[in-house]
Design a protein around this ligand. Structure first.
Ligand code: ASP
Length: 287
């Protein structure tokens, strides 16, 4: 059994055309399927899927990042390997194209789970990641402060992926530039294991939405623990998202379990996403 889902953020706005993003997400889902069918590991597939989403420039993550209120690009990412619950994260990373790859290096080459700010950038340098030569040229949203949005507004695209491989292992990864209008140094749910990202032996989850709310309910770990405790996957997700809505927040998530069940619920205007389970078709939706 194999299964895979990815998202391009819960900030999708009714009335906007997301056909380019949908085509991109379908291409990445095709790549994931081909990789999984030939025995690729879930952890490698989510890493590569999120790297491709970051590099596309279509989402508010990686190349498509928007700057914070100080005009700087502070990027967050995390990933988790369900097989042994090893995980890595970076937050407020500046100057590098692929925070998900730096987060993976934190996991694989340090005794730590997360590095922040200058320390994360120093580590990325030491690991041989190439710094972005010219940010104004690199970022597709360079110079656009999206100042028409109130601080904390959902941006058009955190990205994430969850996967079940042929070996029965699960993994999750998430990457973002955060919400529009964020203050310098703001940390959302995306880099926080248990809030925006989680994978264990039974469930893999990647969240998107107003991160402050996802942190307050420890969203992804809560969903996983509910499911481990016997609640159905969809029921566990609904209960978790309901808490966020009750607090005044919005967002969504993608999740799958070791049986290959995939869900993509959201409580916002829309959420770009694509998924498949087993040898079923690739599905894609924005609303
Ligand atoms: N969850 C992300 C954050 O709060 C934003 C998003 O998903 O659009 O940083």
């Amino acid at each position: 059994m194999i299964a895979f889902a990815l998202h391009g953020g819960a900030g999708a706005k009714q009335g906007r055309d997301y056909s380019v993003e949908i085509a991109n997400m379908r291409d990445i889902a095709e790549f994931a399927r081909a990789s999984l069918e030939t025995g690729a590991r879930a952890f490698d597939v989510v890493t590569e899927a999120v790297r491709q989403l970051e590099d596309s420039g279509l989402y508010v993550a990686g190349k498509g990042a928007s700057p914070n209120m100080a005009g700087n690009y502070e990027l967050d990412a995390s990933l988790m390997n369900g097989a042994d619950q090893t995980c890595g994260a970076v937050t407020a990373l500046q100057g590098f194209a692929n925070p998900v790859l730096v987060a993976r290096a934190v996991m694989e080459h340090t005794p730590h789970v997360m590095l922040a700010g200058e320390g994360a950038a120093l580590f990325a340098h030491e690991q041989g990641f190439d710094p972005i030569a010219d940010e104004a040229e690199y970022f597709t949203r360079a110079g656009r402060f999206e100042s028409n949005h109130p601080p904390g507004t959902l941006a058009h695209g955190t990205v994430g992926a969850v996967c079940l491989d042929r070996h029965g292992q699960l993994a999750a990864a998430t990457s973002t530039a955060g919400v529009f209008g964020k203050l310098a140094g703001r940390v959302g749910d995306t880099p926080l294991i248990g809030a925006g990202t989680w994978a264990d032996g039974q469930t893999a989850i990647s969240c998107t939405g107003q991160g402050e709310y996802f942190i307050r309910v420890n969203a992804s770990a809560q969903l996983a623990f509910r499911h481990r405790g016997g609640q159905g996957l969809a029921e566990a997700a609904d209960a978790t998202l309901q808490q966020i809505v009750d607090m005044g927040g919005e967002g969504g998530l993608i999740a799958l379990n070791a049986q290959g069940q995939v869900i993509t619920p959201f409580r916002s205007q829309g959420m770009k996403r694509a998924w498949f389970s087993g040898d079923g078709d690739i599905h894609s939706e924005a609303f």
